[in-house]
Ligand binder design. Structure first.
Ligand code: FES
Length: 91
């Protein structure tokens, strides 16, 4: 008997700036976004340079996003179904 796929993660849908994407539930949101080719998570306030996940351990703050109306670090947030993720505009 094969147990192939017995531990496969559940694939769930979420939105990123109103675009529907999918990813493995429980995975780090930053990793899911990078895997989907979404590397720019925000723009720097003054120069408006593209910013994205850098340290992947909660230190640099470069992965700040809005998740269901709350600012979260994408590298410290696990993906769950139906998340509404948006780029943050810093002023
Ligand atoms: S990537 Fe550095 S805090 Fe998230």
């Amino acid at each position: 008997m094969s147990d192939k796929g017995a531990h496969a993660p559940e694939v769930v849908a979420f939105t990123f700036d109103n675009e529907t994407l999918t990813g493995a539930a429980g995975r780090m949101l930053a990793a899911v976004l990078i895997a989907q080719g979404r590397r720019i998570l925000r723009r720097s306030p003054r120069a408006e340079m593209p910013r994205g996940a850098f340290c992947l351990m909660g230190s640099c703050q470069e992965c700040l996003v809005d998740v269901d109306g709350h600012r979260r670090l994408a590298c410290r947030t696990s993906l769950v179904a139906d998340m509404d993720v948006r780029r943050v505009t810093l002023e």
